[in-house]
Design a binder for this molecule. Structure first.
Ligand SMILES: [Zn+2]
Length: 335
């Protein structure tokens, strides 16, 4: 090995047989590609556990090869039904980050409503419908807000400029109450009952406990999946505390509790966020700033790479080879 060992952390969201689902346009990793990755990763890396990753980052463990940790955001049902058995068979420990509100209150996170409406209607029709609904609610002006292209393209690097701008407005700039009213109206109209949709989309507490027994680690991903840096302190405190309490109430004990920031870029969390997480008992937090990790890195700002970038590309393989045939690189992060 020509460089000191590093920790590589892969981020996964949707992992499903997309063409066979009701929403083939959802951006995610195909299950067969996932199976192939699970076979190939141990040839390239030493597969890490949360414990070995933390020992490495604090200088207490030196692996002979680079480490790889597999992480899954949003508590999607396929993480229980499909991903866990594949990892358990290979004795790989995955880290799974749950949105407690989706499990406890039967809600679908607006970020996911946005994905499924976009997949169902197509981007142009969905955007038009969303703009019309915001207009009917009297808030059409909010959609004309200036968003900095450098910021929204950095946040959504693999989306087209228009999709990136829309997602950025949706997730970071629109007033959440109004945006939620608009997206819930459209969701009810086109995709039906939120509670039953949510039950299919997310895993439940029983399933999360089963995953722990199969050797997986669970972590927090907030109660409502809001961009934490935009919340006022009391709201921030309430969300993180509720997430922590529900996880402690419903799950088996774990030696280490990890956390993953929604959206995850450096501007999506702040010092208050980290302080509250530490006070609650979290020991390790993952962002989505791209890159690998060396000992000494801040344990509350662990870098990750998109799951499609975790395996080294074969020589001379074209850059856009993982794109499911659309000619545009598809991001898999569920933001
Ligand atoms: Zn998320």
């Amino acid at each position: 090995m020509s460089h000191p060992p590093q920790l590589h952390v892969a981020t996964y969201h949707y992992v499903r047989d997309l063409p066979r689902t009701k929403f083939p346009q959802i951006k995610g990793m195909l299950l067969d590609d996932f199976r192939r990755q699970v076979q190939a990763l141990p040839d390239v890396y030493e597969m890490a556990t949360l414990e070995s990753a933390m020992a490495f980052l604090s200088g207490k463990y030196t692996p002979r090869r680079d480490l790889c940790l597999m992480t899954f955001d949003d508590g999607l049902r396929e993480h229980y039904a499909e991903v866990t058995p594949i990892l358990a068979e290979q004795q790989i420990e995955g880290l799974f980050f749950l949105i407690s509100g989706c499990m406890e209150d039967g809600v679908v996170a607006p970020v996911h409503m946005n994905h499924f409406l976009m997949a169902h209607l197509g981007f142009e029709s969905y955007r038009a419908a969303f703009e019309a609904t915001m207009g009917e609610l009297g808030y059409g002006e909010q959609l004309k807000a200036h968003a900095d292209p450098a910021v929204f393209q950095r946040t959504y690097p693999l989306d087209t400029r228009e999709v990136a701008r829309f997602k950025y407005l949706f997730n970071f700039m629109l007033a959440p109450q109004i945006r939620d009213l608009a997206v819930k109206t459209l969701f009810a109209k086109y995709l039906g009952d939120e509670t039953s949709f949510g039950r299919e989309l997310y895993l439940n507490w029983n399933e999360a406990r089963e995953m722990q027994r199969a050797g997986m680690m669970i972590g927090g991903h907030t109660h409502e999946h809001r961009p934490l840096a935009t919340l006022r302190y009391p709201e921030l405190f309430r969300d993180l505390t509720r997430n922590w309490e529900l996880i402690q109430k419903h799950l088996e004990p774990q030696a280490i509790w990890p956390f993953s920031y929604p959206y995850g870029k450096a501007d999506s969390f702040n010092r208050n966020t980290v302080e509250i997480l530490r006070q609650l008992g979290y020991r390790f937090a993952l962002c989505t700033e791209p890159g690998n990790n060396l000992p000494g890195i801040d344990l509350f700002a662990i870098r990750r790479v998109d799951c499609k970038d975790i395996l080294p590309k074969a020589p001379r393989e074209p850059q856009l080879s993982h794109n499911m045939g659309t000619g545009v690189a598809q991001p898999t992060y569920g933001a």
